[in-house]
Design a protein around this ligand. Structure first.
Ligand SMILES: C[S@@+](CC[C@H](N)C(=O)[O-])C[C@H]1O[C@@H](n2cnc3c(N)ncnc32)[C@H](O)[C@@H]1O
Length: 245
């Protein structure tokens, strides 16, 4: 999965992105805002002392990836990157090679939580008796409504020690279901379709985790650095960070 302006992207991403950008002009801004949210969330967690990260649905770990952001604050931070796309996994391994003591790349599917939580490489790198931050950033809108996102999240939350954290960002329809459906058409032929959930459904994915201020909000409003963009309402992604207490 690539980003507008980034160097790491594939044909299928470009095609889906073009359809999205034609239907919803803010699609490009949404991708960039999502990436900025990931950076702010990881920085927040690193400043809170988290040194272990499980980044699921990584995409290509380009500039500003989880490891880079976390290690600016926690130099020894460990990051397990997980994606179900073999091409992403191959490229990620190449991009991250030479850093095996702090980084691992695993090919697995979030819809099978145990295949991640019990994966030998994940277990070797991360200590689940200590706090781990699980990132599902722009991932869960690829989990269909009938695939039990709530059950998947419960399994992850249960596997974590107190002090662990969960970071989620997720697409909404922005209150404009028709425009949203047209924008998502580009993913109809992709490996997974893109579905939206509403604010309440997204907040529920955190279960009993304690949300940090300002809770689950549209991404530009989540602990902004500097001025919030005037058109923040056009960013149809909600997100937040929660802690297991
Ligand atoms: C939109 S990209 C998000 C990349 C990154 N997390 C970010 O926010 O910048 C979504 C990524 O999730 C991966 N993905 C989608 N469904 C998945 C699944 N069921 N299990 C694991 N990875 C998945 C895709 O291959 C893609 O790399």
């Amino acid at each position: 999965m690539g980003y507008p302006g980034g160097k790491n992207h594939f044909e299928v991403d470009r095609e889906a992105a073009e359809v999205a950008m034609q239907a919803a002009p803010a699609a490009r801004a949404m991708v960039l805002e999502n990436r900025a949210f990931l950076g702010r969330a990881v920085r927040y967690l690193a400043e809170a002392g988290i040194t272990q990260y499980l980044d699921i649905g990584t995409g290509l770990p380009g500039a500003g990836n989880t490891g880079e952001v976390a290690r600016a604050i926690q130099p020894d931070a460990k990051v397990a990157y997980v994606d179900y796309d073999p091409i992403v996994a191959v490229h990620s391994r190449a991009l991250l090679s030479g850093d095996e003591s702090r980084t691992t790349v695993v090919l697995a599917d979030v819809r099978e939580p145990k295949s991640i939580l019990e994966h030998p490489q994940v277990r070797e790198l991360l200590d689940f008796d200590q706090p781990v931050a699980v990132l599902m950033v722009a991932l869960l809108h690829f989990v269909a409504h009938e695939e039990d996102a709530a059950g998947i999240l419960e399994t992850f939350r249960d596997a974590l020690a107190p002090g662990s954290a969960l970071v989620i960002s997720h697409g909404t329809d922005g209150g404009q279901p028709e425009v949203s459906a047209a924008a998502r058409k580009g993913w109809d032929n992709a490996k997974s379709r893109l579905v939206v959930r509403d604010h309440k459904e997204i907040a529920a994915l955190f279960g009993d985790f304690e949300l940090v201020e300002p809770g689950v909000v549209q991404l530009p409003l989540w602990r902004p650095v500097g001025e919030v963009r005037a058109d923040w309402e056009t960013i149809w992604l909600d997100g937040g960070v929660g802690f297991k207490r």
